[in-house]
Structure formats: C-alpha cells, structure tokens
Design a binder for this molecule. Structure first.
Ligand code: 6GU
Length: 253
C-alpha cells in the first residue's frame, strides 16, 4: 500500500492545494497517506535557479533540464518497492488497472513536466510514462493529481464505505448503474419502481442489467474486455429485445 507520494514540480502550490480538501485531505490528516512536494528549483546549481533551457536543434519553447530532476530523485533515497512516473502526452493511456498496480507500491514519485517537455533522457529513469488522455494540457501537475486521486481512493480505510471502491465503474469493467435519492417523484420524473420495492434480489438484478445496458449503449468496447456470466448474457439478450422493441415502437409508419 502506498505510504508516500512525491511530486517533483516547479509549481508546488498546485499540488499543495489538492491535499487540503476532501478525501485526500482527510487521508493525510488521518495518516493513511503522506505527501512530499519537491520544488525542482531547490536542485538547481546556477544563480538564476533555472529548471529549463532552449532545445538543441532549435524550435519554440523550453525543455526541462535533466539534472535538477535526477538530483531530486536521488535525494529521495527511495525504498525498493517504489515507482517513478513521468507524466507526458507520449505516455501510455491511464487505465484503472495501472492505478491499482501503483496503489500497491510503497512510494510513488510523479515527475511533472512543463513547457515543451523534458529532456528525453529522463525516460531512462522513469518506471512508467503515463498520459491521461488524447488531448494536451499545460503541464504534468494536474495529470499527476488525476492519478493521485484515483490511487488514494483505492487505499484501505480511505473511503468511508469500504465497498465503495470495489463497486466503482471500471473496477468491474462496466459502467455504474443509475442512482436516485429522495424525493421519489420530482416534476413528474419517477424513481424506478423496483428500487423502492425493498426486494433485494430484484434490485441487484435490475442494477446489473442497467450497468450492462448502459455499457452496451455507451461503451461497447468495455463489454468485449470482461467475462460475462450466463445471467449477464441472458440480460443482454433481454436488453437487445427491449431496444429493438423501443426502436420499432418509435418508427413512424
Ligand atoms: Cl500527462 N501531460 C500533458 N502535458 N498533457 C497531457 C497529459 C500529460 N496527458 C494527456 N495530455
């Protein structure tokens, strides 16, 4: 289980703010996780404390220098079961199974790049290169916090309800079933009858079927990756008939 999260950054305040609130704030205050923000400027050796420089070969923007980053990593004196993670749009796409894998390390180091990126040679010192999606954002800080947020909530005793993390979308490979709370009728919109029935078995089946239905409709790619039970297949067949019926009922003659 992760004990310590390190952030190597030139914008420490972005990371600091994150640990003040909500679940991560509480996790730190109750000693379930610790964080350490390293300002890369503290590992520079020149008068101006420069962490970036112009790219060899020319071109726009600046490139982060390798030496402050490596000096900062060295100074951490990481234990065996640690991982360094480079945040970069060139990394492999972040998925739930990587969050789970990283949550089992003792310490994690996030290398937050900025500007046009980091000196390519940093690759050799990172265990993982991760991207949070097919788009470009300004820097690695927010991306490292996206990862942290996903990891922290997987840690034991962090979520109030122990089973919350296990019931998440994606931890089972399907989308969440829809949730409702009071009032039962709002502006003519009613909560599905079965959820108010108190019949546990029917509720479980309804929820599984809704998960399968919305996964089929919105993310059919996910369905291909999971192992479906006989009951799942039966429900998917019902769903297909229901969808066909719905379409036929709504076609104008
Ligand atoms: Cl990790 N960094 C930046 N700058 N842009 C990204 C990203 C990371 N992942 C997706 N886009």
């Amino acid at each position: 289980m992760v004990k310590k999260l390190h952030y190597l950054t030139t914008f420490p305040e972005i990371i600091e703010a994150y640990f003040k609130y909500s679940i991560p704030g509480r996790a730190v205050n109750s000693g379930l996780v610790d964080f350490n923000i390293v300002n890369l400027r503290d590992f520079t050796t020149d008068k101006h404390r420069t962490t970036d420089d112009t790219p060899y070969g020319g071109g726009p923007g600046m490139v982060m220098k390798i030496s402050p980053i490596l000096s900062a990593i060295d100074a951490l004196r990481l234990p065996q079961n640690s991982a360094t993670i480079l945040l970069t749009p060139k990394g492999s796409l972040l998925q739930q199974d990587l969050l789970k894998e990283l949550s089992e390390k003792d310490q994690l180091v996030f290398l937050c790049g900025h500007y046009e990126g980091m000196d390519e040679r940093i690759d050799l010192y990172a265990h993982y290169a991760v991207s949070i999606g097919d788009y470009v954002i300004g820097g690695g800080e927010i991306a490292s916090l996206v990862m942290s947020d996903g990891i922290i909530r997987l840690l034991k005793n962090v979520l109030g309800n122990e089973s919350s993390a296990e019931q998440d979308s994606f931890s089972h490979g399907v989308l969440d079933y829809p949730q409702y709370t009071k009032p039962r009728i709002y502006d003519e919109l009613e909560v599905p009858e079965v959820l108010c029935s108190g019949h546990h078995k029917n509720i479980m089946r309804y929820r599984r079927k809704e998960s399968l239905k919305w996964t089929l409709l919105l993310r059919p790619d996910l369905l291909k990756k999971i192992k479906l039970s006989q009951e799942d297949i039966k429900m998917l067949k019902e769903i297909k008939i229901e969808i066909q019926t719905f379409i036929m009922d709504n076609i104008d003659e």
